[in-house]
Design a protein around this ligand. Structure first.
Ligand code: ZN
Ligand code: ZN
Ligand code: FE
Length: 737
């Protein structure tokens, strides 16, 4: 008996070796038919005996090429045609349809073997790639994805490369960036000389995959110090690239999950517990960001070094540089030398950052190799643009049930970053054929993302409260629409009452929320200055607790008096309920840090110190019942100062403080469950990048029988806000709210 079946496959199925894979499988199973790319995916028609046809469907489910990802397969039975042979047909376009643009992928094992084989024609060639690996999103100008629509259009394939490209059984069949030393991109300088320069302690600006990178020898503190000084990055941690997992293990503790994250095709920066002293790399931090090489160029560069500092090629907080001329102009004052190449980078993408927690990889910065793969919402929504927040900005476009998050854009605080936002938005709308009918934005009137949204004409506007967006982002990535308890432990976000919120307990669905509880407000003196100077917040807490009128050790008395006066009179202060600021304040009260050179620096150091302490008890806090409930930490502040006066070790106080916050989370969630019979809790907000707090809070909640949802695909920090905004806007539009 013969059957014939048509399979319409959607997902990441183009530019990833999918058709040759189907071709090979169909031939193996003795099936007749064809496979072709369409603008909306891939269509396969197969004919043969029923077992073989079922066999192909099983192969599609179980044995995909490494970069392929199937969203859906729609099968239709057809009349058998008594066909012979299996062929790959020419692509054809469909108006309005679209397929997914694949993310960039790290060098595969087969390509790396060729690069290392002195007999191979690609021996030592830094731009080797195939259908299973290589640049994609960073070089694609438009879809459908083929070579003339990428920055590889500048290179004409040699006969040997063309033959690979044309041969269905070849690993490079239709590999659009296919290249070799004869016909492909080349370096501007000798790689060995560059390696020698790095070995001498020089800083090199390297043209990487998604942009320029500044590179130096991680084992040379003086080189790293020079890089910090020139890049104006005094204390923020640097990530290190190492040759292999063994080299990572020499510096850090690498669990099995960490090993999988390090060696995954995305090759992100993985935050690992550090085992060596490395104050020059990550001061005050007990973890270190480590990544493995992800292009042949990086493989060839890093060998022989214990580790290389690899950081974004930019000045301070500007976007990563991608053009050769711009790099020479902007990075000339930082780098001692350059390693350029002539393959143009079309789209800038930074390295991604992840951390493993409870056995899973958690994305903290979603960029290279993750973007632009969509997040599946689980239900269709109208086409929406969500503009995101101010810091760690991303934006989000929806189409059908998919949410396309931009790569990490950065802090929208300068013209260059706003330009990056606009250019990426314009490109993603084009690539994914999205014409939004509504724009979602934060409520903060001064965020550049809000102002951008409000300036757009002819679109419905949907304002989404910051912490509702945090909780909605967690719901959205888990496909949850029903009401949940949302715990947002965060830095700062604009509240509906004009105050700064940031420690919020919501009961929320995607359409709306109720604010059920929050930390008691304290005045934040001087707005942003309070972020840079944790001692200001410490003073607010001390004065609120009635013990503030004394000099603060480590703080100039004149400054303290000025700020105390501001707090007393309310001049230039905003009421705030921020968890991040409370962590900063406690760090200052414990003498850990009074001034921060980047956001959350003090809070991070507090966490590190707390890990060394024993949480033998929690401090007392008060809970004022009401709508919303108010969590009052004045008893805790008094107790902390008493502990300080009695010389209780700082790590123990820090641990007790963490224990207190986790206990509050448990306590308040139990109360909300008592009122509203909600058993699912979403934990979101930047403060949940504190793993000590997250682990403690999650296990307490589980012990109480809650179902706890944590972030995985998108960051708990403001990088996830745009997804939450999109989910909320989609829901409100669909329900006419
Ligand atoms: Zn490859
Ligand atoms: Zn060639
Ligand atoms: Fe936030």
């Amino acid at each position: 008996m013969l059957v014939r079946r048509r399979l319409r496959v959607t997902g990441i199925v183009q530019g990833v070796g999918f058709r040759p894979f189907v071709h090979g499988a169909a031939r193996r199973l003795g099936l007749a038919g064809h496979v072709l790319n369409t603008a909306s995916g891939v269509v396969i028609e197969v004919e043969g005996d029923p077992d073989a046809v079922a066999g192909l469907e099983r192969v599609l489910r179980e044995e995909l090429p490494p970069l392929a990802h199937i969203d859906s397969i729609e099968a239709t039975d057809l009349e058998p045609l008594d066909g012979r042979g299996f062929v790959i047909l020419e692509s054809h376009d469909e108006e309005g349809a679209f397929s997914l643009v694949p993310p960039d992928a790290s060098t595969c094992g087969d390509c790396l073997r060729e690069v290392d084989d002195p007999q191979d024609r690609r021996f030592g060639y830094p731009f080797t790639n195939c259908t299973n690996c290589g640049p994609r999103y960073t070089i694609i100008r438009d879809v459908p994805y083929d070579r003339p629509r990428t920055t590889m259009d500048a290179f004409v394939m040699c006969a040997a490369c063309q033959a690979e490209y044309d041969e269905p059984s070849d690993r490079r069949f239709h590999a659009q960036p296919n290249a070799c030393p004869v016909c492909g991109p080349s370096l501007s300088a000798n790689l060995e000389e560059t390696r020698a320069a790095i070995g001498r302690g020089e800083i090199v600006a390297l043209k990487g995959l998604g942009g320029f990178q500044l590179v130096c020898d991680a084992k040379r503190p003086e080189a790293v110090a020079r890089l910090r000084e020139r890049k104006r990055r005094s204390e923020k941690p640097f990530a290190v690239m190492v040759a292999d997992v063994a080299a990572a293990e020499a510096m850090c503790v690498v669990s099995e999950e960490d090993r999988l994250a390090l060696t995954s095709p995305q090759r992100p920066i993985v935050l690992l517990p550090r085992r060596i002293a490395a104050a020059h790399l990550a001061p005050g931090n007990d973890s270190l960001g480590v990544m493995l090489p992800y292009t042949p160029l990086h493989h060839l560069l890093v060998r022989g070094f214990a580790g290389l500092v690899v950081t974004s090629g930019n000045v301070s907080e500007e976007p990563i540089v991608i053009g050769n001329a711009v790099a020479i102009e902007r990075l000339g004052g930082i780098a001692d030398g350059f390693l350029l190449h002539d393959r143009e980078i079309h789209t800038r993408v930074d390295d991604s950052v992840v951390r493993t927690f409870e056995g899973r990889t958690r994305v903290l910065r979603r960029a290279r190799s993750f973007a632009p793969r969509p997040v599946e919402l689980g239900h269709p929504v109208p086409q929406v643009l969500a503009c995101g927040a101010q810091l760690k900005n991303t934006f989000c476009l929806t189409r059908g049930s998919q949410a396309f998050l931009s790569q990490h854009i950065g802090d929208l605080e300068n013209y260059e970053t706003l330009t990056f936002f606009e250019e990426t938005l314009e490109r993603m709308q084009r690539l994914f054929r999205i014409a939004p009918v509504a724009v979602a934005h934060d409520l903060h009137p001064l965020y550049l993302s809000t102002r951008y949204a409000l300036a757009l004409e002819g679109m419905e506007r949907v304002g989404v409260q910051h912490h509702h967006a945090h909780i909605a982002s967690c719901m959205a990535e888990h496909g949850v629409r029903e009401r949940v308890i949302g715990v947002a432990m965060d830095g700062t976000g604009y509240g509906t009452d004009g105050a700064i919120w940031g420690a919020e307990f919501l009961s929320a669905d995607l359409g709306s929320f109720r604010r059920r509880a929050h930390f008691r407000y304290v005045p934040l003196a001087g707005g942003d200055a309070a972020v840079r100077q944790p001692w200001r917040v410490a003073l607010s807490y001390l004065m609120d607790a009635g013990i503030g009128e004394t000099p603060l050790p480590g703080v100039a008395e004149g400054d303290r008096r000025v700020v105390a006066q501001m707090i007393r009179t309310g001049f230039n202060t905003v009421p705030a309920s921020s968890a991040g600021r409370l962590f900063d304040a406690v760090a200052s009260l414990l003498g850990i840090r009074h001034e921060a050179s980047f956001e959350a620096q003090a809070a991070i150091e507090l966490e590190v110190i707390a890990r060394a302490g024993e949480a033998d008890c929690a401090y007392r806090y008060d809970l004022a019942v009401g709508e919303p409930m108010e969590i009052d930490f004045r008893p805790m502040i008094v107790a902390i100062m008493r502990d300080v006066a009695h010389s209780v070790p700082v790590p123990r106080i820090a641990a007790r403080f963490h224990e207190t916050i986790a206990a509050v989370i448990e306590d308040v969630c139990v109360r909300i469950r008592g009122d509203e019979a909600l058993n699912r809790v979403c934990l979101s907000g930047g403060t949940f990048q504190n793993w000590l707090l997250l682990g403690n809070a999650a296990s307490r909640l589980r012990r109480r029988g809650f179902e706890v949802l944590l972030h995985e695909q998108v960051p708990p920090n403001d990088g996830g806000i745009s997804l939450g905004q999109a989910a909320v806007a989609g829901e409100r539009l669909a329900r006419g709210l």
